[in-house]
Ligand binder design. Structure first.
Ligand SMILES: N[C@@H](CCC(=O)N[C@@H](CS)C(=O)NCC(=O)O)C(=O)O
Length: 265
């Protein structure tokens, strides 16, 4: 847990992120929540090079009936493990990115206390839908197949996602920003403080900018306010330091991949 901000360390349990090592992936949505909240966490597979990934695999990718302690099985990473927070004082293990974000949102102060927390979850779920659609641009036929075996279909899928789906989602995020501004709350998506809706939408925008740089460049003028939000959030306390740190992993062969042939030509 070295280098991470420790300001709230005493009031938080030892949070453990269980995810694949070496890629941002869906684990990134959870990392960003901890980072902007300034709350320490252990990124198990990345921090414990020897046994960390075996722990992740044992808990999250296991074919045995039960994953760990009294928790139900986990289908796939990412998951959150909190020693002592589960049944009978054992570890709690929960999975599914938006489920983990919802759990952490209240505990890390990343949601409003009123009905705004459902607006936050609504946005995070929508951003994660877009995340999945962008993933499918390089795997439109089967997640178990290689990209090289589905290149034809990828071209068609990527064209539709770039030309139709991305602008539709971007316009929705922009309408949300306007809605919040009219509510007098300023630069965030919901309310007057950063929430996990902001970090989740931000991460999807960042990933799309990596995957489709030409498409994004061409659309910046069309979605000026959304990109102001995107650039502005980079200066947010916690995020700024994280982006400059070694904990922020580069994109590679995960959800967001840069295949030039799938970008705008
Ligand atoms: N809806 C799930 C998707 C989880 C997921 O697809 N995890 C990937 C890594 S990002 C994985 O390891 N999947 C294994 C599999 O689907 O077999 C979530 O948001 O957590």
């Amino acid at each position: 847990m070295a280098e991470q901000p420790a300001k709230k360390q005493r009031t938080h349990p030892p949070y453990e992120l269980l995810y694949h090592p070496g890629i941002p992936g869906r684990g990134e949505f959870i990392r960003l929540a901890f980072e902007v909240a300034g709350v320490p966490y252990t990124d198990v597979a990345n921090e414990d090079k020897d046994g960390g990934y075996s722990t992740v695999q044992g808990i999250c990718m296991n074919s045995k009936p039960s994953s760990s302690d009294d928790n139900p099985p986990v289908f796939s990473p990412p998951a959150l493990r909190i020693p002592g927070a589960g049944r009978g004082g054992k570890a709690l293990v929960i999975a599914q990115t938006p489920n983990v974000l919802s759990y952490l949102g209240e505990r890390l102060g990343l949601v409003p206390e009123d009905e705004g927390k459902y607006y936050v979850q609504q946005l995070a779920l929508t951003a994660l839908d877009l995340n999945n659609e962008v993933h499918d641009t390089h795997h439109p036929v089967g997640v178990s197949l290689y990209y090289e075996d589905q290149k034809e279909e990828s071209l068609k899928k990527a064209k539709d996602v770039r030309e139709n789906r991305i602008p539709k989602f971007f316009s929705y995020f922009e309408r949300q920003l306007k809605w919040n501004q009219e509510d007098g709350k300023g630069k965030y998506l919901v309310g007057g403080k950063i929430t996990y809706a902001d970090t989740t939408v931000w991460q999807v925008l960042d990933g799309i900018s990596f995957a489709f740089p030409k498409e994004v460049e061409a659309r910046r003028g069309e979605f000026k306010e959304l990109f102001e939000f995107y650039e502005g959030l980079k200066e947010e306390k916690g995020l700024r330091e994280y982006l400059a740190s070694e904990r922020r992993l580069p994109y590679s062969m995960g959800i967001f991949r840069h295949y030039p042939e799938l970008d705008r030509q």
